[in-house]
Write a protein that binds this ligand. Structure first.
Ligand code: ADP
Ligand code: ZN
Length: 612
C-alpha cells in the first residue's frame, strides 16, 4: 500500500495542475481534513474556491472522486475545464450523449473525477458499480438542496443519506454558498457529517457592488445602467415571462446582444441560450427570477433585477452569479412599493402548507428590510446569514452615495453634451469619458479624438463620477440611445438640451464622491463605479487583444472562453506581459498543461501586441 497523501502532495498538485501558488482561505484546512479521510461541510461564497477543496484531494487520493451536482451546465463546464488541465474527468447525466463512454472509463478505473446528477447516482445500477470501485471521496455540491428550509429544496438530495450508510469510510464533503444556520443543521444531519467539521468563511462577496435604486421607469433605468456595461456579460432578472420577453426586445432594439431564458422555452432552445451565454463574452440573458440558471460562468460582470426577488437568499444566490472570478462586478436592482402586493399574493395563493407560508412571509419581511435599509446593504444581506458586519462596507449605494444635497453640475453636463456632439453622437459613455479625461487609447488615436477641443477638458471629475453623470443625464432625458441601434449616446429632448447648452438653465444632480475617498481595496484590487477590471492605456489594448485570441482559440475547440483562461489570468498577462515561458509559468492560472498547450502562442500574441 502506498503511504497516504500529504499536504505537500496537495500543494504540488495545486501548483502543477492548476497553476496556483497557494491555497486560499480555508482551502488548505479542508484539503488536509479530507486527505486524512475526514468528512465535513464547506460554507464559502460563490467564487470562493469551493471546487479546489475536492478537486485537489481527488487527484491526491487513490480511486475516483464522485461529485454530485444538480446543475447540468455546471458539470459540463467543470469537466471541460478539467480536461484543459489534463485531468481525467467525465459527467453522467440525462443531457450527456457520451454516457456510455464515461461509464466505460469509470469501470476501467480511468477517471479521477466523475460528475453526476443525484438522479443518475440513485438509479441503482450505478450505486452497485460504485460499490465495486475504489472511491477517493464524495463531494456534494449545492448541498443546501438537502434542506426544505433552504430556498432550492430537491427531493433527490434527501436520499443522499445512502452515502453514509453504504460508504461510511469514504469522505463526504458537502459544499454550499447559501445556508443559514438552520439549513446548515439540516445538511449535517441528513448527510451524517461530524458536527465539528464545518469550514466557514464569511459569505461576503467584497468584489460585488450592491446598488439598489428606487423604481421610476424601470425600462429607462435599465437601459441607462446597461449603457455602462457595454461589451460585458450579464443577467437581467424579471418576474414574469411576458416581462422577460418585452425586456429582451427592448435591449435588442437598443443594440445589446440579448436572449431570453425561462421555464416556458423548449429544452433545446434553453440549451442553446445557455451554450451561447457560456461561449460569448458579452451576451445579456434576460431570465425569470423563479428559474435557476445553474451556470458556472466566471466572468458575469453584472446582475440586474428589475423586479424584487422572492427572498434575500434568492437574491444572494442570483446576484452571486456575478463576479465568480473575484474581479469587480455590479449587482443592481430597482424596486418600488408596487412590487410588494404581488409578492404577498404569490405567497398566499401558493399550494404550500401553512408553516411553509409562515417561513415565506418572514423571508419577505427580511427582503423588504434590505430594500429599506438606511445604513449599509451588505450589512443587511449578511445578517440574513447570521453574520455581523462590524463596519459599513464602503461598496454599496448607501455607503457610496450618502444622502447629500445635489450639486450644480451645469458646467460638467455641458462638457458631456459637447463631447457627444463633437465625436459625432456615435459613442458610448466609456469612450466619451476617455476623451473628456484625455486618455491615450487606441480608439482615441484612431479616430483622431485627441485633436478635438473637448479632449482632456474634464479633469474636475474622475471616471466614476463621469459615469454617474452620464447615467443621470440619460435618466433625465438629456441624453438618449442611438435610435439606429448603433449603441452610442445621442442628444436627448431638444427642449431640454438647448437651454442647458445656451446657459439659460442650470442643472442640479447628486454625484458620488471622488474615487480617492471611496476606494476600498478588495481581494481583486481597486474597484471602479462600473465594476469592471481596472486597466489603462496600452494594458487595456493588450487585454482586448488577448481576449480576441482567447475567443478564437475557444471557438476552434468548441469550449467557452473562460475554459481556456480566466479573465483574471488575461488581466495579469496584459498588465505585466511575461517575456518567456518561465515567467509565463509563474502567472496564476497557468499550470503545466496550459503552458504546454498555449505557452508559445501566448508569448507570440503578447509580443505582437507590445510591438505596435
Ligand atoms: P466556487 O465553486 O466557490 O464558486 P471556484 O472553485 O469556481 O469557486 O473558484 C473561483 C475562482 O477562484 C476560480 O477562477 C478559481 O480558479 C479561483 N481560485 C480558487 N482557488 C484558488 C487559489 N488557491 N489560488 C488562485 N485562484 C484560485
Ligand atoms: Zn455598504
Amino acid at each position: 500500500m502506498s503511504p497516504p497523501p500529504t499536504l505537500d502532495d496537495a500543494r504540488r498538485v495545486l501548483a502543477e495542475v492548476f497553476g496556483y501558488a497557494g491555497f486560499r482561505g480555508p482551502q488548505e484546512a479542508v484539503v488536509s481534513h479530507v486527505l486524512g479521510g475526514g468528512s465535513g461541510l464547506v460554507l464559502m461564497p460563490t467564487g470562493g474556491g469551493k471546487s479546489l477543496c475536492y478537486q485537489v484531494p481527488a487527484l491526491c487520493r487513490s480511486g475516483t472522486a464522485v461529485v454530485i451536482s444538480p446543475l447540468i451546465a455546471l458539470m459540463d463546464d467543470q469537466v471541460e475545464a478539467l480536461a484543459q488541465l489534463g485531468v481525467r474527468a467525465a459527467a453522467l447525466h440525462s443531457g450527456r450523449p457520451d454516457g456510455g463512454e464515461a461509464w466505460r472509463r469509470l469501470q476501467e478505473g480511468g477517471l479521477d473525477l466523475l460528475y453526476i446528477s443525484p438522479e443518475r447516482l440513485l438509479a441503482g445500477e450505478l450505486l452497485a458499480l460504485l460499490g465495486r470501485l475504489p472511491l477517493a471521496l464524495f463531494a456534494i455540491d449545492e448541498a443546501h438542496c438537502v434542506s426544505q428550509w433552504g430556498h432550492d429544496f430537491r427531493p433527490e438530495y434527501r436520499q443522499l443519506n445512502v452515502l453514509a450508510e453504504r460508504w461510511p469510510e469514504v469522505p463526504r464533503l458537502a459544499l454550499t454558498a447559501t445556508a443559514d444556520r438552520r439549513t446548515q443543521g439540516d445538511i449535517i444531519e441528513r448527510l451524517r457529517l461530524p458536527a465539528g467539521a464545518v469550514f466557514h468563511v464569511s459569505f461576503d462577496r467584497p468584489n460585488l457592488r450592491y446598488l439598489v435604486r428606487e423604481k421610476q421607469d424601470a425600462r429607462r433605468q435599465l437601459l441607462a445602467f446597461l449603457e455602462e456595461h457595454k461589451g460585458e456579460a450579464g443577467i437581467v432578472y424579471a418576474r414574469s415571462r411576458d416581462r422577460v420577453e418585452g425586456l429582451a426586445a427592448l435591449l435588442q432594439g437598443a443594440g445589446h446582444p440579448a436572449e431570453v431564458y425561462h421555464a416556458g422555452l423548449d429544452p433545446a432552445r434553453r440549451r442553446r441560450v445557455l451554450q451561447r451565454f457560456r461561449r460569448e463574452a458579452d451576451l445579456i440573458v434576460v431570465a425569470t427570477i423563479a428559474f435557476g440558471m445553474g451556470i458556472d460562468k466566471p466572468d458575469v460582470r453584472f446582475v440586474a433585477h428589475v423586479d424584487l426577488p422572492r427572498s434575500l437568499e434568492a437574491y444572494y444566490q442570483e446576484t452571486g452569479r456575478a463576479g465568480r472570478d473575484g474581479l469587480p462586478a455590479v449587482v443592481w436592482m430597482v424596486h418600488g412599493p408596487g412590487d410588494v402586493p404581488q409578492l404577498r399574493r404569490f405567497i398566499e395563493q401558493s399550494q404550500a402548507p401553512e408553516d411553509q407560508k409562515r417561513i415565506e412571509r418572514s423571508k419577505l419581511e427580511a427582503l423588504l428590510a434590505f430594500t429599506e435599509a438606511r445604513d449599509c446593504r451588505r450589512r443587511r444581506l449578511l445578517a440574513a446569514f447570521d453574520e455581523v458586519l462590524p463596519e459599513p462596507c464602503g461598496n454599496c449605494d448607501l455607503c457610496l452615495e450618502p444622502a447629500a444635497e445635489g450639486t450644480d453640475v451645469t458646467l460638467v453636463a455641458r462638457k458631456a453634451l459637447s463631447t457627444v456632439v463633437r465625436t459625432g453622437a456615435r459613442f458610448g459613455a466609456v469612450h466619451l469619458i476617455d476623451v473628456l479625461l484625455g486618455s491615450d487609447t487606441a480608439r482615441v488615436r484612431e479616430r483622431g479624438h485627441d485633436q478635438l477641443s473637448v479632449y482632456g477638458i474634464g479633469h474636475e471629475l474622475d471616471r466614476g463620477q463621469w459615469r454617474s453623470l452620464f447615467r443621470q443625464l440619460q435618466s433625465e432625458g438629456l441624453l438618449g440611445s442611438d435610435p439606429g441601434g448603433g449603441g452610442g449616446l445621442v442628444l436627448g429632448d431638444p427642449e431640454r438640451v438647448r437651454p442647458l447648452l445656451r446657459g439659460e438653465t442650470t442643472l442640479t444632480l447628486r454625484l458620488p464622491p471622488p474615487a480617492a475617498e471611496r476606494r476600498r481595496s478588495t481581494a481583486a484590487g481597486s474597484t471602479t463605479d462600473r465594476g469592471a477590471p481596472v486597466l489603462e492605456g496600452e494594458a487595456r489594448d493588450r487585454f482586448e487583444i488577448l481576449r480576441a485570441w482567447r475567443r478564437q482559440e475557444a471557438q476552434g475547440q468548441g469550449v467557452p472562453p473562460y475554459v481556456v483562461f480566466h479573465d483574471r489570468t488575461l488581466l495579469d498577462l496584459a498588465a505585466d506581459p511575461p517575456a518567456d515561458l518561465q515567467a509565463l509559468a509563474r502567472v496564476p492560472g497557468v499550470g503545466r498543461a496550459k503552458l504546454e498547450r498555449y505557452g508559445e502562442a501566448l508569448l507570440m500574441v503578447l509580443r505582437d501586441a507590445t510591438r505596435d
